[in-house]
Design a protein. Structure first.
Length: 103
């Protein structure tokens, strides 16, 4: 999977999607992907395998198990991933779950 594949899959399912951040404010639910610290396989000052760790934030107002299942079963179906517990962001009055995986 590439970042472009992630965008395509997310939009096909009906999510608003952005890499980094949205240019204009959008209402949840939406997905935002960012690259977190890389963990490349290196030796002798050379990268032998590039690893791009991604954090995919799913932000929503109302809990919708079906939408989370779409993320897990359709977008992330062919890769290994972990996710955080649901977190309430009181300053924005939204819920968020983060998915972590490598591409």
């Amino acid at each position: 999977m590439t970042l472009e594949d992630l965008k395509t899959k997310s939009e096909q399912i009906g999510f608003q999607y952005a890499y980094g951040q949205f240019k204009k404010p959008v209402k949840p639910p939406h997905l935002v992907a960012i690259v977190v610290a890389t963990d490349n396989f290196m030796a002798d000052n050379k990268v032998y395998q590039k690893r791009t760790p991604i954090k995919l934030d799913y932000t929503y107002i109302d809990k919708d198990i079906e939408m989370q299942n779409k993320i897990e079963d359709e977008i992330l179906s062919n890769i290994a991933w972990n996710k955080t517990d649901e977190t309430y962001l009181s300053d924005e009055e939204v819920w968020q779950v983060s998915y972590f995986f490598e591409i």
